[in-house]
Design a protein around this ligand. Structure first.
Ligand SMILES: [Zn+2]
Ligand SMILES: [Zn+2]
Length: 646
């Protein structure tokens, strides 16, 4: 007999060789019907894997992320089988589950597929799924595994197998299909009721640009047709909210191949919006005791060797710039912190001077592979709303809490209410990923948890998510598709002050080491604007939106009055435009709606006579006729309701 411990702590004594599915059955038939995957002692197992030792067992259903992962990975086998049957001679490589679905990387040789082929592939895959084939894992010797794939001429699988140890290699069979696989499958293919291929893209074998370009087929699957339908509706909604699409429509930013990929160009509307965001934060920061600083876009390589950035990222990033005569080496600034450390070092501070809070909208450059670039969320040059606080250990807790307050103020003013706080700590099993000593790390992690507790934040702790120099508190939001995005971040760092030999004179007249907080409530201007676009669908808060109102004269006759109204709005500091084109008011309204302009000001005969304006809200609500003064009050009231002072 063996002892199986369940997640609730209950211990079941079962015969050696009992499977997770049999354990599920012994709990309830209902559970057994829903179990699709399992984990035994931290290893993913099949629901039919015989358990042969004491251990902890977790059973997964479709409602767990792990269950979905098994479901989607299992579907990738079925899709691979369908592809092989439809396109004989192709070479399969890998087919993992991803956050939303799965992909399979395939070498199609001289064949190719496009979205037009999806329906027939989906049909074939569903036919296979309906056969209710079991997934069967079996061990194979390295020699047998190699000869199986050599015979097929599949050099990719051969390469994968060559990197595996004999005795650890397994194949998975279902129906007539066999694949090299570590496991983690649902019981049988019959559970897969809906399969949808989503896209095809190029992908290099092992992510290396020097290797063969493969075709990556993305897909998703569900246990019910209804769930697929709902998912596709959500995808449609997300497409409408895609910041790349909205950014173009609202004329906020663009990219130029001539300037270079991953380097956003801000258009006047976008630049004005960004300026407002900066002013908003600068104002709050000033009240919170920050001082603005300015530092250059490049720094000597030595600076980043000192900070540890070079050892960590140097090889994989933009390479040093050499001066022609002196052969000095400079790097594009990947982070502002080293520069701010040197600003701190320019003056001998005493404990009475601390905390020092240096803020900068600092532009940094980081190399991203071209395939990784994505609109404003993954770029090669971006501006952080950065600041570094240098304080004593005694001040750390208060300073950290003040930064939490500032971050919450920023998020609330921009309409982000549904966010989670994540305390990102070290991965204790991979200490090499981090710099600094264990003592400092423990202190820093504890400081963050204490501050989060005292602020009453609802937080989760994620191990392995820390920065390489220190733990952090990240604010995360979920988008329409349920994807998690990181917004602001606050980090505690004992490390850089040591590396830069930062000191202050204490009340004891001795030199002491300050502790450093890195923080950026927006994260970066680029990423923040992207998320704000997707979050609001372009309907920015009134205080931030580029154009708050548009004046629409009913006909040419009323243009003069319309100009007067515009002038008056501008005097009330309302950002307004006028649409004098020779179009119908109906058409002008429709276009203003598309541009997401919050207020449409219609002026005609009646308005001119009564010296009023007719106001229509974005989305269709008629606010009736008002004086410009009354309208201005209405705008001010709405702005003040979201934008409180810090
Ligand atoms: Zn598999
Ligand atoms: Zn920093």
């Amino acid at each position: 007999m063996i002892k199986i411990t369940l997640p609730d702590g209950a211990v079941k004594e079962v015969e050696k060789g009992t499977t997770p599915m049999e354990v599920a059955k012994s709990i309830s038939e209902g559970l057994a019907r829903n179990v699709i995957s399992a984990k035994f002692n931290d290893t993913v197992v099949e629901t039919v894997t015989p358990l042969t030792s004491d251990g902890a067992l977790t059973l997964y259903t479709w409602n767990n992320d792990e269950g979905k992962k098994a479901f989607w990975h299992s579907t990738s086998h079925v899709v691979a089988q369908a592809l092989e049957e439809l396109y004989p001679g192709i070479k399969l490589t890998i087919g993992p589950a991803i956050e939303n679905g799965f992909y399979y990387d395939v070498d199609f040789g001289d064949q190719s597929i496009s979205e037009k082929d999806f329906p027939k592939i989906e049909k074939k895959a569903l036919e296979i799924a309906r056969g209710k084939h079991d997934y069967n894992m079996r061990s194979v010797s390295k020699a047998d595994a190699l000869s199986y794939y050599k015979e097929q001429g599949n050099e990719y699988k051969v390469e994968l197998i060559e990197n595996l140890d004999d005795g650890t290699i397994t194949f998975c069979d279902h129906s007539t299909f066999t694949d090299l696989c570590r496991g983690g499958h649902i019981p049988n293919t019959g559970i897969i009721k809906a399969i949808k291929l989503l896209s095809v893209a190029g992908a290099y074998w092992r992510g290396d640009e020097n290797n063969t370009q493969l075709t990556r087929v993305y897909g998703i699957s569900f246990p019910k047709q209804k769930e697929l339908t709902e998912y596709l509706q959500l995808l449609e909604e997300a497409k409408k909210r895609d910041h790349r699409k909205l950014g173009k429509e609202l004329e906020l930013f663009t990219f130029s191949q001539k300037v270079g990929q991953g380097l956003p160009l801000w258009l006047p509307n976008g630049a004005a919006l960004r300026e407002r965001l900066e002013q908003f934060l600068k104002k709050a920061q000033k009240k919170a005791g920050y001082e603005m600083v300015v530092t250059p876009h490049i720094g000597q390589k030595e600076l980043y060797v000192t900070s540890g950035h070079y050892a960590k990222y140097g090889e994989d990033s933009f390479q040093p710039i050499h001066t022609p005569k002196e052969d000095e080496e400079f790097l594009l600034k990947p982070m502002n912190c080293p520069h701010h450390c040197e600003i701190y070092n320019s003056y001998p501070f005493s404990y009475k001077d601390l905390p020092k809070r240096y803020a900068e909208f600092g532009t940094v450059y980081r190399y991203e592979q071209s395939g990784e670039l994505h609109g404003l969320t993954r770029v090669r040059g971006f501006t952080q709303d950065d600041a570094h606080i240098f304080c004593t250990t005694e001040q750390l807790n208060d300073e950290f809490k003040n930064v939490i307050d500032l971050t919450l103020y920023v998020l609330n003013s921009l309409g982000f209410e549904d966010f989670t706080a994540q305390v990102s700590v070290r991965d204790l099993e991979n200490p090499d990923k981090y710099i600094g000593n264990t003592d400092d790390w423990e202190k820093a992690e504890q400081a963050i948890i204490n501050a989060a507790e005292e602020k009453g934040l609802n937080y989760v702790v994620e191990s392995g998510e820390a920065a390489f120099y220190g733990p952090k508190l990240d604010f995360m939001i979920k988008d329409a598709l349920g994807r998690n995005w990181q917004l602001g971040t606050i980090q505690v760092d004992y490390n850089l002050p040591k590396r830069f030999d930062l000191t202050y004179k204490g009340s004891d007249n001795e030199l002491h080491r300050p502790v450093m907080i890195h923080r950026a409530p927006f994260g970066s201007m680029e990423r923040f604007v992207a998320l704000l676009l997707e979050h609001t669908g372009g309907n920015f808060p009134l205080w931030l939106i580029p154009t708050q109102a548009i004046v629409l004269p009913v006909s040419e006759k009323h243009e003069k009055y319309a100009e007067k109204v515009l002038n008056s709005l501008e005097n009330h500091e309302i950002r307004a435009l006028i649409d004098k084109r020779n179009e119908t008011v109906g058409k002008k309204i429709r276009e203003a709606e598309l541009k997401k302009i919050p207020f449409m000001i219609i002026v005609g005969e009646q308005e001119e006579e009564s010296v009023t304006i007719s106001v229509r809200r974005h989305g269709g609500k008629d606010l009736g006729s008002l004086s410009v003064d009354a309208f201005s009050d209405l705008v001010t009231t709405e702005i003040n309701s979201t934008l409180k002072s810090f």
